[in-house]
Design a protein around this ligand. Sequence first.
Ligand SMILES: [Mn+2]
Length: 296
Amino acid sequence: MAGPPTFALPCSFLATPRRAPATFTVAGIPFDAGTTNRAGARDGPHAIRRASRMLVDGAHPTAWIDPATLDLADIGDLAVALGDIPATLAAIESAAAPIPHLIALGGEHGVTLGLLRALARRTGPLALVHFDAHVDTWPDGFGQPLSHGSVFYHAIAERLVDPHRMVQLGIRSPVQRDVWDWTLAQGVTVLSAQEVHEAGPAAIASLVREVVGHAPVYLSFDIDALDPAFAPGTGTPEIGGLASWQAQAILRGLQGLAWAGMDVMEVAPAYDVAEITALAAATMAWEYLALVAGTK
Ligand SMILES: [Mn+2]
């Protein structure tokens, strides 16, 4: 190991010095106006970047790729409109549109709608691998149609994602039966946290591969998919979730898919303890880069 120690590195993602878009471009989205419970995901991008510096002192130990050495840039945070969800989604969409392969750091999950609008314009309806405690297919959240719990209701309605190639993992929150039934009726594959625990990561990964097939696929990782023991720093925690290692093992089983982008959302550092949640989020983005670069 040469150069400065990890704690002394600059606070960009994986301490990359590059600021202009590259093969893989990281951007933060400091926005949380659509959260329905405790707020604070606006501070997620900074915390994830800071924690990511732990991951630059060697190669990924199974992919044997060092994501920090890829053609990687961190362009900083995208512009948001204070308190204005539609304007923020429009700003995200136009900022994301020209970026070839974006890794977004949230921010609340609602902003994924802007990212998917930008990407699907290029790819057509995407396959989706969605880690979450919640289905996020509510038509509204307490009367707000663009809350963080509505992102995939709109993504399906706008045909940004193909629900028959969409799989949700880690689901376990309370949910209205009509929302649940609507989600299944669209063709979404919903895998509860309990099913993930009982089947094990290898079986789950092979099921995900079957659902996704060869379609261009997006990874949306809500950090609350992880159990609060592994990710306390989030706005809507639910017990009984995935362990960090389970999510890692599932991701490592998803090589060779046509990955088109990813986000990691809902890190709210004010509720975090010892950077557990921020490090988990940074690591999921790092796993993704190893996965995609290993595929090439
Ligand atoms: Mn979510």
